[in-house]
Design a binder for this molecule. Structure first.
Ligand code: F6P
Length: 551
């Protein structure tokens, strides 16, 4: 039998379990009443981000015990190993160096004794040159028309970062050009995008680190077929197709001109790849200077993460709070609530980052983990969610910690709208924290002429337990630099949690199995004579599909 990880037998873990028992019947609203300085004590600023974590189920003792857990699990040493290029991703024998892509220190970063910074700078210079040529209208298609439309094809990390960050920085968009994103292999999406475009003005970017992802290969092939049916020929491909990949050989074999390939490296994880050439569509959308500002914001957060003491370290604190709820309060999910329309995709971005990284069950010492690891990450923009799923967060019987996010200023600000947005954001955190007592609900019903029984029943329904935890993250405004810092904040939060749970946050074997089985099923669908030898359910589904799609 494979032995179980012993983290949950350790002293720090047991201390936290005791604290959880101690505070189970205490209420945050009493803590706020008792300590007028609670907000000040539990608020930190770094890299343009303010984190108010005072509305959490914590006191000084809990925080001390959480920091002790981080120390016990050598979080700082593990962090330094990652930044230094150690083989942190041990199941794939890879370093994890997305931080090198935004390293503005001038210092070398070595993998196997070789400094990776010169290659990074060379690729970034190529990205700058390419985006400037695009914005200066120097990129021309095979008929001499100026390229103004970009279709970026990729999936997972080769899609979410570029799309969601481009969307978040809409106020920085360069005019007269457009960047479209396609991920799903569902042909409807690609069809919708391509059918609106003039192939003579269109550039296709194929973004795939491995250059072997089924969806991306299929979508790019279809885009190529579309290009040919519109009048383009093989010799014209070089002016309309580029690739971003660590597999330069496969990209060249696919027909992409070698000078049109932007390299990346195996030490950049897919879900951390927006800092590599995978970020090119962002630079095309907002300009290279703005893209570089994002990198600088992320670098600032890296410096903060590396140097701030644990008790003043934003990613560490957010990670520890997450562990506090997952492992000691049975929270199974974590909701992200950006109160900013342009940041509406951020929950989906963090969903991949967090769930693909920490959705794991085996620790680094090959033991099976017996405690919960990464939570379900979900959410959407405020205030929309208030009229939908917030009800469950307020009164449901499951604990759902929340991260509220709000820029204090937004471009094109309509003062009345922004004040309402902010008041809803703050009001929600307040309602979740303080709730509403039965007595307050009962008193409110005094004027309605109800008999006592009805009044009691109604007050019971209206009672809000409160004591629901939330963080509030404020930004002066969500400019490229602050967005970079925000993304890096969540990356490091996920890293710290993985370091404590002991899992490898940088592989994704579960996803790989899905890819393999998907290909096996595709074989049976395409080869209609093939015997169906899977389980009876899968066989039945394939049969029905074959019947509905005769060849
Ligand atoms: O979904 C799994 C995954 O491996 C992600 O980690 C990655 O971002 C995505 O597939 C796309 O991979 P690639 O860039 O190699 O096409």
């Amino acid at each position: 039998m494979i032995p179980e990880t012993t983290l949950d037998q350790t002293a720090a873990w047991k201390t936290l379990a005791n604290h959880a028992d101690d505070i189970r019947h205490q209420h945050m609203r009493d803590w706020f009443a008792q300590d007028p300085d609670r907000a000040g004590k539990f608020t930190l600023d770094a890299c343009g981000i303010t984190l108010d974590f005072s509305k959490n189920l914590i006191n000084d003792e809990v925080m001390t015990a959480l920091f002790d857990l981080a120390k016990q699990e050598s979080v700082e040493a593990k962090r330094d190993a990652m930044f230094d290029g150690a083989i942190v991703n041990h199941t794939e024998q890879r370093a994890v160096l997305h931080t090198a892509l935004r390293n503005f220190s001038g210092a070398p970063v070595k993998v196997d004794g070789k400094d990776v910074m010169p290659d990074i700078r060379q690729t970034q210079a190529k990205m700058r040159q390419f985006s400037e040529a695009f914005h200066n209208k120097e990129l021309k298609g095979y008929t001499g028309k100026i390229i103004t439309q970009v279709v970026a094809i990729g999936i997972g990390g080769s899609f979410l970062g570029p799309k969601i960050m481009s969307e978040a920085l809409k106020p920085c968009w360069i005019k007269d050009v457009d960047v479209h994103f396609v991920a799903n292999v569902d042909g409807c999406h690609l069809h919708d995008v391509l059918s609106e475009l003039d192939h003579e003005e269109t550039l296709i970017i194929m973004s795939s680190k491995s250059f072997s992802t089924q969806e991306t290969l299929r979508n790019t092939l279809t885009a190529k077929e579309w290009f040919f049916t519109q009048g383009g020929e093989q010799k014209d491909i070089a002016k309309h197709f580029i690739a971003i990949s660590s597999n330069v050989k496969a990209a060249t074999e696919f027909g992409i001109d070698e000078k049109n390939i932007f390299p990346m490296w195996d030490w950049v994880g897919g879900r951390y790849s927006l800092w590599s050439a995978i970020g090119l569509p962002i630079a095309l959308r907002i300009g290279f200077d703005n893209y570089e500002a994002m990198l600088k914001g992320a670098y600032e957060m890296d410096c903060h993460f590396k140097t701030a003491p644990l008790n003043q370290n934003l990613p560490v604190i957010m990670a520890l709070l997450g562990i506090w709820y997952v492992n000691f309060h049975h929270a199974q999910s974590h909701v992200l609530l950006p109160y900013y329309h342009y940041l509406r995709g951020f929950p989906a971005y963090v969903q991949q980052l967090d769930m693909e990284s920490n959705g794991k069950r085996v620790a680094g010492d090959d033991t099976v983990v017996g405690y919960a690891t990464g939570p379900v990450i979900w959410g959407s923009e405020g205030t929309n969610g208030q009229h939908s799923f917030h009800q469950l967060i307020h009164q449901g019987n499951v604990l759902i910690p929340a991260d509220f996010m709000l820029p204090l200023n937004v471009p094109n600000q309509h003062a009345e709208h922004h004040a309402m947005l902010a008041s809803n954001c703050f009001g929600q955190t307040q309602a979740l924290m303080q709730g509403k007592t039965f007595q307050a609900c009962f008193d409110d019903l005094a004027s309605q002429g109800l008999d006592d029984k009805t009044r009691t029943a109604l007050a019971t329904h209206k009672t809000m337990p409160g004591n629901k935890p939330s963080n509030t993250l404020l930004f002066e405004q969500l400019d490229p630099q602050t967005l970079g810092a925000l993304v890096a904040l969540y990356e490091h939060k996920v890293f710290v949690q993985g370091a404590i749970w002991g899992v490898n946050s940088f592989d994704q074997w579960g996803v790989e199995l899905g890819k393999v089985l998907g290909n096996q099923v595709l074989d049976k669908i395409e080869n209609t004579e093939a015997t169906l030898d899977f389980d009876s359910s899968t066989n039945q589904l394939i049969s029905r599909f074959r019947a509905a799609n005769p060849t």
